[in-house]
Structures are given as structure tokens and as C-alpha cells.
Design a binder for this molecule. Sequence first.
Ligand SMILES: [Mn+2]
Length: 309
Amino acid sequence: MTRSITLLGAPVQTGAWRRGCLMGPDALRTAGLGRMLRELGHEVRDLRNLAPEEMQVPPAPNPAIRDLDLCAGWVAALQSETVALDAETFPIFMGGDHLMAAGTVPAMARRAEAAGRPLFVLWLDAHSDIHDLESTESGNLHGTPVAYFTGRADFTPHFPAPVATVDPARICMIGLRSVDPHEKLALNEAGIDVTDMRAIDEHGIATPLRAFLERVEAAGGHLHVSFDIDFLDPGIAPAVGTTVPGGATFREAHLVMEWLHDSGLVTSLDIAELNPFMDERGRTATLMVDLVASLFGKAVLDRPTRARS
Ligand SMILES: [Mn+2]
């Protein structure tokens, strides 16, 4: 099936310790993301890189937080640019650190709402990113998008209010392995479906994914996938600022993408936290292009379509 795909660069880089994320979109282009998608028969448009809106917002009471104007500017720009996209196109947001999801997810939730459908989110990440402006000790705002787009915490007047929010019961997180006590409590309270690495070791990655996809399908939902590079094991994907050992393997990651393709449910994708400055000869960017190829139908062998009820 030919799809209309829109590539958008979101070179969000908030904080000096992640210097390099702003090169993420160009590394994905260099690794051939657009070319690969065209070779698979899709129509691809690259809108190049977005820029943050110029904003001046009140400082946050939490002194650990820096660059708040810039972060708010990115959240505003990503929401308005995404809402303005043609409703039929499949956007691939090329990050940029994971704060990008505070822009992309509310906008995709708004698109789903306009289509009369619920938005589900598959969060592939070592971290749960559910801190709020008070709870973050590091001040790293890439750790906050889930609290923002679920409406769990009020980020106004620092961030613009989200154009739409996501019901936490419609979020599935897979790959978690670095979650602090505040986040554990928040995940629990919010009722987010969580599969950590231990559960993957015990039951495999397909079981929780299948259960989630069945829920999305039963609800007639749209599905946004937010893929943080650190979902992958740093042994195969070294290009991240925050490496956490014990991530998803090459086969697990491809299996997830192949399942997502077969489901036909995915409507948008974030690629977050790629830091080409930390990469080894482009291998992480190249691996991501291969994984996206699996999401868009590249298979080693043709198989009969999996029977779905
Ligand atoms: Mn993340």
C-alpha cells in the first residue's frame, strides 16, 4: 500500500548535556530515510526542519529548569505545524530530544479527535518521561512530555496548554528500565500500561504489544509511536546521551516494527534522542532507517497476512 509520508525535522535540543540532538534530523536524512521510503513505493515530502516560536514565558519556580522560553517555543511550534498538516499524511517527526513529544502528541490527539477517534500512544523508551515542572530534579524537560500531554500536570503559564490531551489508559510503555520513585508513583496513579525489560525477558516483547494493538483496533483508534533511541540496547544504538544498558535487541526492535506494520494501525511516528555526535560511523542512524523500513513494510520474506479477528 502506498502512503503519503511527511518528514519533519524537529531539532529540539534543550540542555547542554545533549548537545548533538539538533543534528538528529540531518543524520536520518543522510542515512537515507526519505530515499528508503520512496524505494518502498511511498510518496515522501520533506518539510525540512522546523524552528521554535519566539516566546517569553514566566520563569518556573523550580530553579533546576533552564531554557524554558526555548522549550515552550518548540512545544508551540510543533503543535501548530503538526495541526496544520494534511489529515491524510503520515508524519515522521525526526528529533531532536524527547521534549518533541510535548508538541507532536497533543497535535496528533487533536487530529484523532477531529476524525472522531481516540489516540493511543506506544511509548518505546528506557524512561517514562512523566516528570512535571516541580518534580524534575535534573531540570531536563525531555523527561516531562508524558505528564504534559496526559494533562496530569498543568504546565501553564510556562508552556501553552496542549491542543488536546491523551487518556493515560490509552498509553502503553515498553522497554522501561530507568524509572525513579516519583515516576513509579505517577505511572501507577495514572494507570499507564507498562512493560519493563524484566517482563520482556520473561514473556517476550510480542505478548504485551499484541494485547495493546488489539485494544487499539477494538477502539478504532489512531496510534502514535514515540520511539526513543534508548529503547534500544546501547550496544547496537550508541548514539544517545543517556545510555542505559539492557535495552531491546536488534530482533526485538524489528519484531515490534514488523508487528506495527502488520497491524496497519500506526498513524504517526517520533524518532527521539538521536545524538549523531555520539554515534559510531552512523550506525545508529542507519539502524533507525532499517527499523522504519520494517514499519513501512520491508520484510525479509513475504508471509501470508497474519489472520486478525
Ligand atoms: Mn524518552
